[in-house]
Write a protein that binds this ligand. Sequence first.
Ligand SMILES: CC/C=C\C/C=C/C(=O)SCCNC(=O)CCNC(=O)[C@H](O)C(C)(C)COP(=O)(O)OP(=O)(O)OC[C@H]1O[C@@H](n2cnc3c(N)ncnc32)[C@H](O)[C@@H]1OP(=O)(O)O
Length: 525
Amino acid sequence: MVDYITRDGVALLQVNNPPVNALSHNVRAEIKNGLDEAGQDKQIKAIVISGKRSFIAGADITEFKSGSYSEWPTIIDLCDLIESSGKPVVAAIKGFALGGGHEIAISCHYRIAHEKSKFGFPEVDIGILPAAGGTQRFPRLVGLEAALDLIPSGRHIGAAQAFKLGIVDKVVRGDAVEEAVKFAKSIAGEPLVDRRTSQRPVMGAENAVSLRDAAVKLAMKKKKGMIAPIHCIKAVMGSLLPFEQGMEIEASEGFMLFTSGQMGALQYAFFAQRAAPKWSLPCGASFKTVKGRPIRNAAVIGAGTMGTGIAMAMLNAGIPVTLVEQDRKFLDKGVSLLKLLYAGSVSLRKITQDQCDAILSKLNTAVGYKSLTNVDLVIEAVYENMALKKQIFAELDRICPPETFLWTNTSALDIDEIASATRRPDKVLGTHFFVPAYHMKLLENVRGKLTSAETVASAQMFGTRIGKIPVVVGNCHGFVGNRMLHKYAHESDFLIEEGCWPEDVDMVAENFGLPLGPFKVRDLS
Ligand SMILES: CC/C=C\C/C=C/C(=O)SCCNC(=O)CCNC(=O)[C@H](O)C(C)(C)COP(=O)(O)OP(=O)(O)OC[C@H]1O[C@@H](n2cnc3c(N)ncnc32)[C@H](O)[C@@H]1OP(=O)(O)O
């Protein structure tokens, strides 16, 4: 799990724990053994820590449930061992240095990073904080302001910004490991006193109160209902005390999170989101046995809210889209809406004007279905009317090539009945997008009784490609999402009957952490 390689007086400890080099107990034990071996070997003058393929994505999240994250050596022990090493330790970073991996990196005496590497403390999003000294060392490396920005937000940054902030000592284009080995040789024997992060003062301490208040305000706005950001902020503020005392604050803030229900729920969600795109059918088919067909181009029928949203989701992923309406007036309205949304993204600087132009260059429009003779996929997104949908599917079936997938955006209608209007029921599937379709992550892929495994595989692949979390569901009224939503909507309605105002119900739901309250969602639909 950790290869120990010696190179001309340098010991290279290379973590090899696929898929993401998480710091599982065995990995930690082997890093410790490697550090001990390198420390004892008189021939070794410096140490490089790196990862095969990528650096280290953090603690092994499964260990927070099992409890083995706290078994010796912990990540805290490793960080202390690395920092106090008498021989210089250099982190060679490519790929991800996240969470505990980032904490290991900032405990090293130097950091050499590939230009495409990424840094971050995503702990906040799984309900915890950087509990291996990260809340204490990071402010000492980058200052209070940047630490209060990056730790409670969990935001990833690239190598260039990491260099600007002082996280990284050198950014390289070539092989970060080779550069780090070369660098380690060049600094062997130099004093390390000012290279130990825990010994540094925290910059920006004079503005501590205003920086803290601003961070709390932002966290309450951006991460509504989450307790971890506030504990992160409290722990970072502890860095204004001497290091040992700050570590105690980190531990006590961490303890509250490690024993919270939110930690369990968010870590459940972490694994559930990764499990959802995997699928298997009663016949045994899964991604292991069936390959999906990539979608090279697509058409969307209907330029209303759902149709334009779905078209945007595809355009954002670089898939050329033809937006189709039966009437030029509706088509123009849809295109104007779509352009307005992209113009908004430009003015908010989410994309540049050039990127906007490139995206829109992949948008075509058509009145009627005649031009759909060369598309891999058609997604129908007209209003929920079975007779209309069947009529459209019958017509599409006549015009589109036999291999074209015909999918329907419906939140409740029977996929089998829609498929019965075609001669290709195996290629018919429901794609239930949620409003706004260009933004919401969930995509229910509804399998009818004749939908083929290849169609399911293609829809799951497609969902991931357009940045959704696709999940295969059965064909029943309301599928899964709306069956859950209906209960939630009923309870919200009862509250109105009992005298609450819709805006009050929305406010409570939003303060709990939902992006939009139930009545605002209904206004959008
Ligand atoms: C005593 C001190 C205690 C604590 C201090 C430290 C705390 C931490 O470090 S908490 C962990 C912080 N790190 C993260 O939260 C990173 C989580 N991972 C990711 O964000 C992503 O996986 C990635 C950006 C690193 C890579 O993304 P991608 O290439 O899209 O891969 P997947 O997300 O699909 O993941 C692939 C595979 O790996 C599993 N996995 C990912 N990270 C972890 C992890 N940290 N621990 C355990 N397992 C992890 C993920 O579930 C996928 O598994 P399957 O293929 O089985 O689905």
